[in-house]
Structure formats: structure tokens, C-alpha cells
Design a protein around this ligand. Sequence first.
Ligand code: SF4
Length: 327
Amino acid sequence: MKKKRVLSGIQPSGKLHLGNLFGALENWVKLQDQYDCFFFIADLHALTTGYDQTKDLPTYTHEVAVDLLAAGLDPERCTIFKQSDIPEHAELHLLFSMITPLPWLERVPTYKSKIEELKEKDLGTYGFLGYPVLQAADILIYKADFVPVGEDQLPHLELTREIARRFNFLYKEVFPEPKGLLTEMPVFPGIDGRKMSKSYNNTIALSDSPEVVHKKVNQMITDPARVKKDDPGHPDVCTVFTFHKYFNQPRLKLIEQECKSAARGCVQCKKEFLEHLLEYLKPLQERRKALEGHPDKLKKILGTGAKNARQIASQTLTEAKQAMGLS
Ligand code: SF4
């Protein structure tokens, strides 16, 4: 039976970190065996919020490609490519922008919140307002059946579905409406306890060396009320404990009891977590090392991915243009 198609992308804004791993990549790795998966590096999307900072874009794109493969995406089992290698995304975006009413874009919840959040950036551009249209083009050009989303991203997907409906109504039934593949996307803490994010400078990158990881674990915020080792701790407010949930499940109950009864100190607790984290990162970093020595291999993987993706994208674009009377 033909597998259903899944599509998802990630912006190249630097090295990927544990938050990306648990928020998306681990799930992608699982999906690649169940679905016909298309994963892309969204370099055009990076321009919507950073059109004036493109100097590092090639490096970031390279880093993300390496991280995706190191995390376990297998080019034999999924299609991996760079968005700008498929010009059909941009062309379909243009066609969709002709039929998308402005109020649909202005009401997207993240439009206003991002403008507030990223005050230092110039987001008063057509490209930024129109990024959900580009997202719709990314998804619909592959006629994806599913898009992995967290609950908070459902409004974005709904906009894609609305654009597909409007196109099909105005011209001809070309685009199936994709569904959300609801995925638990936990908010992963950074070393300072806030959400792990490059903008907070609190990440542990997948490519950080053991020495850097060690330093960052030492900086982690624990229970602020625990001043001395014999003060009973509160694991529920401790960042290190949250990390143990991901990396040290079998010993979680014991750690909780020992923390609450002051039978374990934070130094020992961090040391135990560090050992698990380094063990976890080891195979990723070995795969990364193997790729770093072979840039041609990476180029070939992205080239093959782009070729596969483009075959489908150009077919869909032809159908869309014919439906619109353009060919
Ligand atoms: S013992 Fe562990 S869980 Fe308890 S406060 Fe210290 S680091 Fe956190």
C-alpha cells in the first residue's frame, strides 16, 4: 500500500539543539518509517525574519543539514532537501498570494506576537506578512497528507487548508487538504530554566563538545531555595530534574526521593545527568564527525533529495498553472 505523505521543515538559524531534537527531530526519525516523508531546510523562511542577516545563512544551512542526518534522518528512508533548491515553492507562493485575502494573514496569531517579540527586527515587510502563504506553498506543492504539528500550530495549518479550499473552489480541484499529525511538542528547558532557544543563548547544541556540555551542565539552574546540601530540594522547580525525565527515566523516582530528603546533592545529581547526556549524544556526534569529513557526501544527499522533491513539485505547479489558465 502506498504510504501517506508527511512534510515538515526547519529554519536554518544556527546549530540545532536539544530543544529541536525533542521538539521535532526525534519525531521525524520515527515518522520516516511510517510515511513517505519530505523534510526540508527552510532557508527562504529564514529570510522572512532575517533578510538583512544572510552572511551566515550558507553555514547555518550546512550545519542544519549535518544535524538532521546526525540525529538519525536517513536519506534512504526519507527525502531531505533545501527549500530554495526547489524554485516551485516560490512560484506557487506567488500564485497563492494572488488569492489570499489580506485579513486572513493579519489574523494569524503569531503575526502580531512575533512583531512584539522580535522588536529589534524589521518585520514590516510583505515577506513576513506572507510567510504563512509560503508555508501553504511548501505543504501543498507536495500534496502532503499530514503535517506534524503541536496544538498551537493548528491555526497555521488551517490557513493552508483554507488556501487549498479557495484555490480548488476558484479554479479546479488540485490540492488535497492536509491534516495535522498532532504531536506532543514539549517545551524543553534551557540551562537557565526558560524555554531552550538560540535567542535566549541557553541551548545545548547537538554538536557541542563534551567539555562545552560539561560547562553548560555546571551552569544549570537547580532549586533556588536549596542553599545547603542538607536543605530538602524541590525537584519540580529544578531544570536538572526536568532533564533527568528525558535522559534518566528509570532512576527518576529515586532521584526525586533523594532530592526531597536531601540524600543527594546537586553536584552529584548534575554529574549523573551529564554522564547520561554524553552517552546519549555520542552516536549523534560520531555520525556528525563522519559527515563533516565528507562534504561531497552531504552535497550528494541534498542534491538527490532536491531531484526527488522537484519531480513532484514541478508536476503540481503545472497542474496549478493549468487550472489558473497560465498554460
Ligand atoms: S538534587 Fe538534583 S533534582 Fe534536586 S535540586 Fe539538586 S539538581 Fe535538582
